[in-house]
Write a protein that binds this ligand. Structure first.
Ligand code: PLP
Length: 262
């Protein structure tokens, strides 16, 4: 049996709905062997992020080395990276281990408003990490920040995707859930540097959507680790996140997590 190995380099969510915890649960459900390098520890629950404790670059590098020198990875996901120092450290390690199937989820702000990436680090994300991205998975607000554009129409989304590809990302998956028009239909856009593909689904009304972004990107990573193409991985990830939202968990007093068992 070949074992698909998936590594997530991201923040820990003590509440279990997002970050490393969401990634590992998703990897497990999609039959990839999950490994992790933690960049920051958050004290967090369904009510929000109560504390952020970034790890030293030495601690991040050593975790990645432990995996790179021994287990190896077929696909890697990056999530919350918090600071420029951690971004640069992760970029160096991705190159050192020649990991090519890299899914960059450009995590910036939690749904509750907490900054998971320092403002000053957006440049580092663009300059150091996007050129290494096999796939980048921004939502619309993240795409706007990365491209300095206001995104209103589908044409705007396509132009932003072209810009992100010009920064070096091989594939852009722009998630439509934050459509400012709040349309009933969600359109996720995939751009492979040549063609555009649209993936449509109905918007689901629920406040229990904590961790959706992490889960979606992790599902793409698991599928890539198993040897699938991006064009094959995106619909599988979309079906996975759709089911996870449909069956989301009414846990805690705030925004509950999506259901990885769905
Ligand atoms: N906490 C961590 C560690 C994350 O990586 C993320 C998202 O990437 C979040 C929280 C945000 O979760 P949400 O905005 O879905 O509530």
């Amino acid at each position: 049996m070949t074992i698909a190995r998936a590594l997530t380099i991201a923040g820990s969510d003590s509440g279990g709905g997002a970050g490393i915890q969401a990634d590992l649960k998703t990897f497990q459900e999609l039959r990839a062997f999950g490994m992790s390098a933690i960049t920051a520890v958050t004290a967090q629950n369904t009510l929000g992020v109560h504390g952020i404790y970034p790890l030293s670059t030495e601690a991040v590098a050593q975790q990645i080395d432990a995996i790179g020198e021994d287990l190896g990875a077929d696909a890697v996901k990056t999530g919350m990276l918090f600071s420029s120092e951690i971004i640069v450290c992760v970029a160096e390690k991705l190159q050192q281990y020649k990991w090519e199937k890299v899914v960059v989820d450009p995590v910036m702000i939690a749904k509750g408003g907490a900054a998971l990436l320092l403002n000053e680090s957006i440049r580092a994300l663009k300059q150091s990490l996007l050129p290494l991205a096999y796939v980048v998975t921004p939502n619309i607000p993240e795409a706007e920040i990365l491209t300095d554009m206001q995104i209103v129409t589908m044409e705007d989304r396509k132009e932003a995707a072209r810009k992100l590809a010009a920064y070096g990302a091989k594939h852009v998956v722009m998630k439509g859930g934050h459509d400012p028009a709040g349309a009933d239909e969600i359109v996720d856009l995939l751009y492979d540097g040549r063609d555009f593909y649209e993936f449509r689904s109905e918007r689901q009304e629920t406040r229990h959507t904590h961790g959706t972004g992490c889960t979606f990107a992790a599902a793409i990573t698991a599928e890539l680790a198993k040897g699938h193409s991006v064009l094959e991985a995106v619909p599988v990830a979309k079906a996975f996140i759709q089911a996870a939202i449909e069956d989301s968990l009414h846990l805690g007093l705030g925004h509950g997590p999506t259901n990885h068992w769905a």
